[in-house]
Design a binder for this molecule. Sequence first.
Ligand SMILES: Cc1ncc(COP(=O)(O)O)c(C=O)c1O
Length: 405
Amino acid sequence: MPCRIEPTSRVAAPVTAPLPAGLEWIAADLERLAADGLERPHRIRDGRQGAAIELDGRRLVNLGSNDYLGYAGDVRLTKAASKAACAEGFGAGASPLVSGHSRSHERLERAIADLLDVPEAISFASGFAANSATIAALVGPGDVIASDERNHASIIDGCRLSRADVLVYPHRDVAGAARILAGARAARRRLVVTDTLFSMDGTIAPVADLCAVARRHEAMLFVDEAHATGVFGPRGSGLVEAAGCADGIHIRTGTLSKALGAAGGFVAGHADLIRWLRHRARAWIFSTAHPPAVAAAATRGIELVAAEPHRRVELLAAAATFRQRLAARGLDLGGAEAQIVPIVAGAAEAAVALSARLAEAGFFVPAIRPPSVPPGRSLVRASLSWLHTDSDLTRLADALVSCRP
Ligand SMILES: Cc1ncc(COP(=O)(O)O)c(C=O)c1O
């Protein structure tokens, strides 16, 4: 049942009127962003995600999506969504707590709990909401959070929202996390938070070592598997499963929007943790549930992860070969070890220029700049998908070598 793809239409840039009094500061600040090489392009995609993508009317090999297993454009997810939309309507109509939690949401939460092999799960409208609401529901004033310096913005915002004391440890520094916890013995609660696969760096957290440290200091351990769900672990549940340390982790979150090809986020763990979140996670309580069709598509994504394990195995093998090829040719990958492969460019302008040269060569590899990465560490980030062929990745490696400054 492939959907008809409308022909590309270019959208004319809107004519902007001058900002009204009171908002003029925005024009000045936007100019400053542009001068610092930090202006963000607003791109329009035509058609669906895939190994190739049509952006602003140009067809490019697509290294700029998180569709790691190729399910975002898979017609099996579209069919599951259409079926649920026909049965349950499109909008959820209310927050989950009132009447928005449909049979499709219930099925999804069971599928997530089964995938992660935990008693219960709760789904959110986004991974961002899952992280920020959950951290704020677990700790508060008088508590201490130990947070990796490269954690995702949703974790950083959750920490701020909680009003706990947030102490940041150097990237993947287990001893640094331990020092924070040792100094926080008097705190009411202690929480260690980390991404498992870091979204900008493609590096992997020392999950098993963090478990040991959290246990020793009687701290809670929260891990975000956003980029690892579906990709790592024998059953595809993520890096916790791959590290074999599920018992030491109190809170596992993730997103349904990346390898699973749909949208939404989740938290999984003990039944009482999930019950607590239903009482205290404000982004779940005070926000409309995501559409049942989206929940049904995500459930189908989870089923496909179980049915098609070869996709994650092949993706990780292709990623390892790709990284070896680039490292052998002297590119700085900043320690990447997964399907997210950053090529460090340094200054923001250098990353933008490299991304533009790659686009000329036929590849969409987005530039990542502050505040997504620290100043001076701008990069282009290649997100590999199972859909890429060996020829795509060989040509990309050649292009990266010839386009670098
Ligand atoms: C590590 C990490 N956590 C959470 C999220 C948020 O997930 P979502 O896109 O579902 O809001 C992202 C999204 O990019 C992410 O990279």
